[in-house]
Design a protein around this ligand. Structure first.
Ligand code: COS
Length: 384
């Protein structure tokens, strides 16, 4: 995107966050639902199509540009971004990265316009961090595969128009090489949903189990048309998704610094604003440092991702640092707010719970550590 158009988009999104999303945070919390008019406004702004190429009706942002937009969206309750998150990120990117031209033509325009929401179905009751051990089966039956199994914690499942489903399609092939990624229209018969999950935070986001009972999906819906490549597609999608998540963490770190500074200026104890006390200043300084480092890491890794560098290990380092950092920043924000920080009226309590998930989804901090360390050791010739 040319830089003037991009600056305009960024300013528009920032204004949308400040004027529409932030004022609706309490309503979101109370109703546990993103208001329908906000979803419609997101469609009109083109937010569903951020990462989808322009040829297919999206805005075609680079990773660096997407990160800057997600940084803005990270400055408010995460549930707003979650409506577009799986379509911009993990749900659609398998098709964008590895899909055939026909698959792109069929699905990407609908996803870009927000007509259909994409959802990513990898995790299962017995396969979380160990993604290669999924058990959902895809059994060939003529021109179709029959899917059977259960997917867990699937974001946006009841809202979805399509799922990217990872399933075992290769009989007798254990581990990653036996997995294919399927494009599954959500109206296919045999798909049912579990009860919505009750979560620690992120009210307004929807996650639940998705159960496949002999769901027939055309063999032509295997992403890229070649079976057995689904795990690699999932890993590539997650590389991109983890940069997106890091930008989200960096955005929320900034918001929490703003909230902390505002409170430190307003709140008086011992006859002066608490910001005058050096122990409070220390917390503010540490939080700003975490927020700044997060933003710089995201910008650097996104730029190198766009340049085509092999950056999976640094993506992992970025996700690890930024999501742990926002946990620290949120904790300090509560501390700076004192008793008020524990009360629901001040939003830091809510954000403290919301950010906890960042260290878990799209790969736990421990999985990021494994990816970083393995890369270092493999480069040094050790088989790990
Ligand atoms: N890009 C492209 N290919 C990748 C890749 C990446 N980022 N990461 C791994 N691969 C490839 C490997 O090169 C390997 O291919 P070959 O067999 O041809 O060499 C294959 O995928 C298997 O990789 P690996 O042996 O590293 O797989 P593991 O089972 O050891 O799993 C981890 C690796 C743990 C990193 C992976 O399972 C993971 O990311 N787990 C977390 C899953 C997750 O994020 N879940 C969150 C839910 S989704 S919201």
């Amino acid at each position: 995107m040319d830089s003037d158009t991009f600056e305009l988009l960024k300013t528009t999104v920032r204004r949308f966050v400040d004027e529409r999303l932030v004022p609706n945070e309490d309503r979101l919390e109370a109703e546990d639902e993103v208001p329908a008019e906000i979803v419609q406004e997101m469609r009109e702004l083109g937010l569903f199509g951020l990462s989808i190429p322009e040829d297919y009706g999206g805005l075609g942002l680079s990773m660096s540009e997407e990160a800057e937009i997600v940084f803005e969206l990270g400055r408010t309750a995460f549930a707003f971004r979650s409506v577009i998150g799986t379509t911009v990120g993990i749900g659609s990117q398998g098709i964008v990265i590895d899909g055939t031209d026909e698959q792109k033509r069929e699905w990407l325009p609908k996803l870009a316009s927000g007509e259909a929401i994409a959802s990513f179905a990898l995790t299962e009751p017995n396969a979380g961090s160990d993604a290669a051990s999924i058990q959902t089966s895809a059994t060939r039956d003529g021109d179709v595969y029959r899917l059977n199994g259960t997917k867990r914690f699937i974001t946006n499942a009841p809202r979805a128009g399509m799922f990217t489903v990872m399933a075992r399609s290769e009989p007798g092939v254990a581990g990653a090489a036996g997995i294919s990624a399927f494009i599954l229209p959500a109206d296919t018969s045999g798909i049912t949903f579990g009860k919505p999950d009750r979560k620690m935070g992120q009210r307004g986001t929807i996650t639940c189990d998705v159960i496949f009972d002999d769901v027939a999906v055309p063999a032509a819906n295997i992403i890229g048309g070649v079976p057995g490549r689904g795990f690699k597609t999932a890993m590539k999608v997650l590389d991109r998704g983890r940069i997106h998540m890091s930008a989200l963490a960096a955005g929320m770190s900034d918001r929490l610094v703003e909230e902390s500074v505002r409170y430190a200026v307003e709140r008086k104890q011992f006859g002066q604003a608490i910001g005058g006390f050096q122990l409070v200043q220390g917390m503010l300084a540490d939080s700003r440092t975490d927020a700044f480092a997060s933003r710089v890491m995201v910008a650097d890794v996104a730029r190198r991702f766009d340049a085509g560098e092999k950056v999976s290990a640094d993506v992992a380092a970025t996700k690890y640092f930024t999501t742990e950092a926002v946990g620290r920043v949120a904790d300090r924000a509560v501390q700076i707010h004192g008793g008020a920080g524990y009360m629901a009226d001040y939003k830091v309590e809510r954000f403290y719970r919301d950010v906890r998930l960042l260290r878990i989804y799209e790969g736990t901090s421990q999985i990021q550590q494994v990816i970083i360390a393995r890369s270092l050791l493999r480069d040094a010739g050790l088989a790990v």
